[in-house]
Structure formats: structure tokens, C-alpha cells
Design a protein around this ligand. Structure first.
Ligand SMILES: Nc1ncnc2c1ncn2[C@@H]1O[C@H](COP(=O)(O)OP(=O)(O)O)[C@@H](O)[C@H]1O
Ligand SMILES: [Mg+2]
Length: 288
């Protein structure tokens, strides 16, 4: 049995006044969106930050990956988006104290059609999340593998976009469509939206191809690419079948360590304030 608790001060930062909303999107499937949502969320929660994960994919992999039964949900993202249900009525707690989940299942497929005739349909999620800003430090949105109305809702609600890219041959394929969508959202619907970073995932250090893809992505996207690269790690692939984030399944694995480092990189970019804030209390550390 592993415990996740504070061990050492690695990074301190100011408690946040309002939550930062990060949409995790790439219209390619299988690139690590859900894995990143769950494990970045758990890593931030391990630092005592209050984190909400929003499952915005009708496949509900984020929901089942955290051990929830998708088929018995009383309320879900679908009800929040289409019926204006209070998100608090749908939010569930998880095995990690400060990690909550707004779950989803295949009912959400219907939302795409049901929202068609609705005015300001791109703003449904942003509106629903507004009352939650003071409850959470971070809200991470796990997007579906499309650039339809659901992903659009995520981009309108978000402060930033995190783009996982799998280290494989067609890594950059489709990225220009995502960047076009980002540009259009910035112009008309959400001018504050920025790029949180591009995250290389499933990196296999034994393959020349992985190194080539890393170079090519860094060449194209420069310092928009996170320093940390997520390795291919079998523990990361196994943990959803146990309904757990990797911190509760294999805390000493490379996969767990890499997502903790991603959390640190994001926090360091936001507020490297240790010396300025003697009262800052949060830190990230893990002990087994
Ligand atoms: N770093 C990794 N190492 C090994 N397997 C991974 C890694 N990241 C994701 N996977 C596996 O790859 C598959 C696709 O990942 P997932 O996060 O579901 O992608 P997406 O949400 O973009 O469709 C899943 O089976 C997942 O367990
Ligand atoms: Mg997914």
C-alpha cells in the first residue's frame, strides 16, 4: 500500500485566488490526453492543491480510469452541459483527498446534437465552471479526440491548452488544425486562451525514431515544448485498469516521477515565488 504525502519541499508557490483551467486536447486519439489528465491532476493534488478533473469525452476513460463505474452515474458532464445541472450534483471524490472528478459516459455523445440549436452553446462549460473557481486551484479538462463542440467548450472555458503529442511517426499530423482552432477561439470566443505547453508522451529511449520526433517537434515548436518528456512506461498503461492514478499504483515508477516533474514544471512557470512568499505552504513530494 502506498501513501502519498508531503516529504520534502521541492517547490513552493502562492495559493491561487482563482483556479487555472487547462484543456488537454489533441484531436488524435491515443496520444496520452486521458493519461495526462489523470496523472497530472493526481500530481497536483499530491501537493495539496485542490484539483477537479472534467471528463469531456463520451468514452469516459478518465472516469473509469479513476475507478468509477461509468454505467451507474446519477449525473454527469452531459447533464451539466445540456440541462444546466449544478456541477456539484455530479462531482465525485476520488481516492486522493484533493482530487475530484466530474464524470462522463456515452450519454455525452448526445450533447453534440442536443446543443446544436442552443444559443451560445460554446459557453456552456465555461458558465458551469464559473462557480467552481474558488473551490479548485486547478481544473483539468480531458477532451475527446475531435475538434467538435465539446472540445470547443473546453477551449472557451480554459485559460490554457496542453497538447500531448505521441512520439511516433505522424506526431505532428493534425496539429495545424488544432492550432487553427486555437487561433479562431482566441480571436472570437476566448482571447485569454494561451498554450500551456506541448507534451511529448510515450517516449521510448531505445528507439531512434523517438529521438528524431523529439528533435523535430522541438525544432518546430521551440520552447512551447515542455522540458519533461513522458516515457513509455508499462505502469502508466496498467494503472487505469486498477482505477488508480499512477501515484497510488506505482509511486516509484518512471511514469509517476515524470508526471510529478510535469506538475513542477507547470507550477514553476506560473509562480516561482518561494523567496517572496514565506507563508507559501504547498510543496510536492511523494513517499512510499
Ligand atoms: N506514457 C505511457 N506509457 C505507456 N502507455 C501509455 C502512456 N501514456 C498512455 N498510454 C496508454 O496509451 C493508450 C492511449 O492513452 P490515452 O491517455 O487513453 O490517450 P488519449 O486520451 O489521447 O486517447 C492507453 O492505453 C494508455 O494506457
Ligand atoms: Mg482519452
Amino acid at each position: 500500500m502506498f501513501h502519498v504525502k508531503r516529504r520534502r519541499r521541492m517547490l513552493c508557490y502562492a495559493p491561487m485566488a482563482l483556479s487555472r483551467i487547462i484543456a488537454i486536447a489533441n484531436q488524435k486519439g491515443g496520444v496520452g490526453k486521458t493519461t495526462t489528465t489523470i496523472n497530472l491532476g493526481a500530481s497536483l493534488a499530491a501537493a495539496d492543491l485542490r484539483v477537479l478533473l472534467v471528463d469531456l469525452d463520451p468514452q469516459g476513460n478518465c472516469t473509469s480510469g479513476l475507478g468509477m463505474d461509468k454505467n451507474t452515474l446519477q449525473a454527469s458532464t452531459y447533464h451539466v452541459l445540456t440541462e444546466g445541472a449544478d456541477p456539484l450534483s455530479a462531482i465525485c471524490s476520488t481516492d486522493l483527498d484533493s482530487l475530484d472528478l466530474l464524470p462522463s459516459n456515452r450519454e455525452l455523445t448526445g450533447a453534440t446534437v442536443e446543443l446544436l440549436g442552443v444559443k451560445r452553446r460554446e459557453f456552456r462549460l465555461a458558465l458551469a465552471l464559473e462557480p467552481l473557481h474558488e473551490r479548485y486551484d486547478f481544473i483539468l479538462i480531458d477532451c475527446p479526440p475531435t475538434l467538435g463542440i465539446l472540445t470547443l467548450n473546453a477551449l472557451v472555458a480554459a485559460d490554457s491548452l496542453l497538447i500531448p503529442i505521441q512520439c511516433e511517426y505522424f506526431a505532428l499530423e493534425g496539429l495545424s488544425d488544432l492550432m487553427d482552432t486555437l487561433g479562431r477561439v482566441q480571436q472570437s470566443l476566448n482571447p485569454k486562451l494561451c498554450i500551456e505547453g506541448v507534451l511529448l508522451t510515450m517516449y521510448d529511449e531505445r528507439l531512434n525514431l523517438s529521438a528524431q520526433i523529439r528533435q523535430s517537434v522541438r525544432g518546430h515548436l521551440g520552447d512551447q515544448v515542455f522540458q519533461i518528456i513522458i516515457p513509455r512506461n508499462v505502469r502508466l498503461a496498467e494503472s487505469p485498469s486498477f482505477g488508480k492514478p499512477i501515484l497510488l499504483y506505482a509511486v516509484r515508477s518512471k511514469g509517476a516521477d515524470s508526471y510529478l516533474q510535469l506538475a513542477r514544471e507547470i507550477l514553476a512557470k506560473m509562480a516561482p515565488l518561494e523567496e517572496k512568499l514565506p507563508y507559501a505552504t504547498h510543496s510536492i513530494g511523494v513517499i512510499s
